[in-house]
Each structure stands twice: as C-alpha cells, then as structure tokens.
Design a binder for this molecule. Structure first.
Ligand code: NDP
Length: 269
C-alpha cells in the first residue's frame, strides 16, 4: 500500500557536508535574474545545480547573467523569457527546460510585484494585476512543474511568499499584495498534501530584503517599518541563499507545506 510507495521518498543517509548538495539536479527559478531570485539562482548554482533562469523584462541582459553564473560555478545556466501570468507559456518554458537540461528537479516560483492603493480605490485591473503575478502566476508555475514531477516521480517546489502573508504592514495600502501572499502560503499547504506522492512544496517568507521592490516603497513607510525590525537592519538578498538551498535540497527531505519566516524578528513583537 501507500506506506511502501514513493510517498516523500526517503533520501540516502548522507554526511551533512553532502546533504545540501544539488549536484546533478536541475533547477528553474522565476524572477531569477534580479533581486531575491538572482541570489537564489546563484545559490542553487553554488550548491551544484544546473540552473534555468526565467525572467520577463527586456530591460537588461538576462543571458549575460546566466553566462556569468555558469562560468563561475562550472554548471549549465541558461536564461528563458516567460511571463508567469501566461499559464500555457510558463508550461511550455518548463517543458523546454526539461528537454534541454534532460530533467527538472526543483522549481522556485519567486516572481512577484508590489502595488499600493487605498483598498477602496483599486480598479479591477490594479487588483488583478497583483493577484495574476503573485498568486495565479505562482500556481501556473507550480502546476506546470507538478505535471513534469508526476511523470518523473519526484520534485521540489519552493514559493517566495512574504511576511505580508502573516501580518499587515502599517500604513497598509497593500491589500492585494497581502492577500496574494497569504493565499500562496495556504496554496502551498494544499499542494503539499495533494502532491505528496511526487513532490514537496514549501514557502519562504522573507521580511524586508534590500531589492528594487523595497526601493519603490514610499520613504516614510520604510522609516516606520524599519524601526519595527528587531534585527535593526534590512536583509541583503544573499542572506537568503542558504534558506533556499535548504528547501531545495535533501536537507529538508521531510519538510513539506512549511512556511519559513526569515525576517530579523519583524513578525514577532
Ligand atoms: P524585484 O522587484 O527585484 O524582482 C521581482 C522579480 O519578479 C523580477 O525578477 C521580475 O522579473 C519578476 N517578475 C515580475 N513580474 C513577472 C512576470 N509577469 N513574469 C515573470 N517574472 C516576473 O523584487 P524582489 O526580488 O524583492 O522580489 C522577489 C519575490 O520576493 C517577490 O515574489 C516578492 O513579492 C517577494 N518578497 C520580497 C520582499 C522584499 O522585501 N524585497 C519581501 C518578501 C517577499 P523581471 O526582472 O524580468 O522583471
């Protein structure tokens, strides 16, 4: 029966120096060329994975970034343009990655956008733009991954959620963003249970990380939020590298449906 099957299949008992290794794995990261996602791409490459960077904007040269990551880590790294709000597009992209790399083992659904409107002023488009990228897009990415993982019998999905899934930053004006991230955390739990036979699904919820996204926040809000962080500083995106490697590797082999909060204590008081 089920107990003898592949359910959360047990990895070999490896030395701890090996347990974080992603050597031989293929990882795809949405939003993988900027901000948090870029550090995730670097981290998984440093842990030995071959990396497919998925990006959307044409404002910069994602292929050059991939080339640098490949040569500094002696792995294969390629950039693919794909908008996560296009379900068919992201599925085709993941299938292409699987074909070009030979297999696919880890998918990090990290792409996200922020927006600020008084809740009563949201237009339907402004509200759904955020939900489309952060929630629907993450689901499309995970679903496309799961269809591949179901065939191979194993895989790993990691979502970038947020502390906004847990609490409301004051002043507010991020109702859509907060809802999208809270939805993502519960979506991950649902998928973790439903897909337990062939993949793990976990969330990482960062606090305030110094990226372009943070740079767009109004300064007065930032001053208020930052004064509320017990660690008394922002997080550099590279400080998340180990957490993503942990989730992506056998180091977390029995962890599924979890939400790891990495916030310098912000959500605690
Ligand atoms: P950035 O603004 O630096 O990066 C956003 C990333 O999302 C970019 O790589 C962008 O791709 C990608 N993206 C946006 N829209 C799409 C789309 N339609 N299709 C594909 N990719 C898309 O922000 P961060 O690095 O800070 O954010 C990464 C994730 O972390 C987001 O989900 C965010 O909500 C979350 N987060 C961030 C926190 C922070 O403090 N910075 C805190 C908690 C969570 P491209 O470069 O091609 O535009």
């Amino acid at each position: 029966g089920r107990i003898d099957s592949m359910v959360l299949s047990k990895p070999k008992n490896k030395h701890v120096s090996q347990v974080f290794s992603l050597s031989g794995k293929v990882a795809a990261i949405t939003g993988g060329a900027r901000g948090i996602g870029l550090e995730v791409s670097r981290a998984l490459a440093e842990a030995g994975a071959d990396v497919a960077i998925i990006y959307n904007s044409t404002n910069y040269d994602a292929s050059a970034i991939a080339t640098t990551i490949a040569s500094s880590n002696n792995i294969k790294c390629t950039a693919y343009r794909s908008d996560v709000t296009d379900a068919e597009g992201i599925e085709k992209t993941l299938q292409l990655i699987e074909r070009e790399f030979g297999h696919l083992d880890i998918v990090v659904a990290n792409a996200g956008i922020a927006s600020y409107h008084a809740a009563e002023d949201y237009t339907p488009a402004e509200f759904s733009d955020v939900m489309k990228v952060n929630f629907d897009g993450a689901f499309y990415t995970a679903q496309a991954a799961a269809r591949i993982f179901k065939k191979s019998g194993r895989g790993n999905v990691v979502f970038t959620a947020s502390v906004s899934a847990i609490l409301v930053n004051v002043p507010q004006k991020q109702a859509a963003y907060n809802a999208s991230k809270a939805g993502l955390v519960h979506l991950a739990k649902s998928l973790a249970v439903e897909w337990v036979d062939f993949c793990r699904v976990n969330c990482i919820s960062p606090g305030f990380i110094a990226t372009d996204m943070i740079a767009t926040h109004p300064q007065e809000w930032k001053d208020k939020w930052f004064s509320m962080i017990p660690a008394q500083r922002l997080c550099d995106p590279y400080e998340l590298k180990g957490v993503y490697v942990f989730c992506a590797s056998d180091a977390s082999s029995y962890m599924t449906g979890a939400n790891l909060v990495i916030d310098g204590g912000y959500t605690l008081p």
